[in-house]
Write a protein that binds this ligand. Structure first.
Ligand SMILES: [Mn+2]
Length: 352
């Protein structure tokens, strides 16, 4: 668990930051980012009653589980799309990043460089300057950002108080830990401890509907398509999930999770065409390679990966496919064949 001294440093950073409006921002919409943002917002309001705090997010709530959280917690009318953050905010607001630590992330759409006031994350590798009086980076190797936020609340406030004030935040934190640790099968001791403390505050009947979320027929169809377009060579597997709507983009990570369990497979890649880009989701159980390096060699800066507590890695990449007028109903099959051919070559043979 976090030390009291470290928690007090975060507290000091929050109190200093609250002199300006605070923008809590996350780039990847998933339960861990949602829970961490809700928990941090609560903590800020407890520490500085007059704080002005808004939560901004990039992208969309695509995964059915994330959508179920958005609906359950009414986040559509609570969290704000990043496009609505005033352009001057990068300097005039106190920016806080949760569940990501890259200030250069293109999804943020920041027109100028900025230094956050606080970062809470569990992904390694960032471009942050040294920690100083202007910023505090709570970046630790645990299974979920929600674990860090839960620890902060336990040390600086109390979960019992939180339950009275807003029991939904408790559920959101618990869901964040569950999903990022693959339902507590891939966890660090601190994740388990934090989850246990949260679990004392809710009944299983409250959280089960969030875990057993429903799956749309389109998600099943995408799964079927990917299974029919899977190729395995040696220990590597590549699947193509076809063309997905923006809102279905997260299907590829669910499919990658599943296919990565194929016996004998150590690297599983699932690709899909989404809009004018190709998105990839990657899983590796090969301890001899760095998945982050593997993806960067092939797909450049728009790629990333994290190492899970059990040594497996997961990550993804984005590739431009701006074919404009060349991608039509008539050429669509050719375009898809081209994508499959290239991805197969890059994964099975040499990097680009
Ligand atoms: Mn996370």
């Amino acid at each position: 668990m976090l030390g009291k001294e470290r928690a007090d440093q975060v507290k000091a950073a929050i109190i200093a930051a609250a002199q300006k409006p605070i923008a809590i921002i996350f780039t990847q919409v998933d339960p861990d980012a949602i829970g961490a943002a809700m928990g941090l917002r609560y903590l800020i309001q407890r520490l500085v009653a007059a704080a002005r705090v808004n939560v901004y997010y990039c992208g969309t709530a695509g995964h059915p589980q994330t959508r179920s959280l958005f609906n359950r917690f009414g986040l559509e009318n609570d969290f704000i799309k990043i496009g609505q953050l005033p352009p001057t905010a990068w300097q005039r607001h106190s920016i806080m990043l949760v569940d990501s630590s890259s200030t250069a992330d293109g999804r943020l759409g920041a027109k100028e460089a900025f230094v956050p006031a606080l970062v809470i994350d569990h992904h390694l590798g960032n471009n942050l300057p040294a920690e100083n009086e202007h910023g505090c980076w709570l970046i630790e190797q645990v299974g979920a950002s929600c674990t860090l936020v839960t620890e902060l609340i336990v040390i600086l406030d109390s979960l019992e108080e939180l339950k009275q004030a807003d029991s939904q935040v408790i559920l959101a934190l618990a869901m964040g830990i569950r999903t990022d640790t693959k339902d507590l099968t891939n966890y660090a001791a601190r994740d388990y401890e934090a989850y246990g403390q949260l679990a004392e505050q809710f009944d299983s009947a409250e959280i089960v509907p969030l875990i057993k979320y429903t799956i749309a027929p389109s998600n099943v169809a995408n799964f079927r398509f990917a299974l029919n377009h899977t190729e395995q060579r040696g220990e590597r597997l590549v699947a193509f999930a076809g063309r997905l709507r923006q809102s279905e983009g997260d299907d590829i990570s669910t499919i990658a999770d599943y296919l990565s369990r194929t016996q004998g497979v150590t690297i599983a890649i699932v690709a899909a065409i989404i809009g004018d880009r190709v998105r990839l989701s990657a899983r590796s159980s090969d301890p001899t390679i760095s998945l982050a390096d593997f993806l960067r060699e092939r797909f450049g800066d728009k790629s990333g990966a994290k190492v899970m507590p059990d040594g497996r890695s997961e990550g993804g990449a984005l590739l431009d496919l701006s074919l404009g007028p060349w991608d039509t109903d008539e050429t669509s099959e050719t375009v898809e064949a081209l994508v499959i051919q290239c991805i197969n070559k890059w994964i099975f043979n040499d990097p680009r």
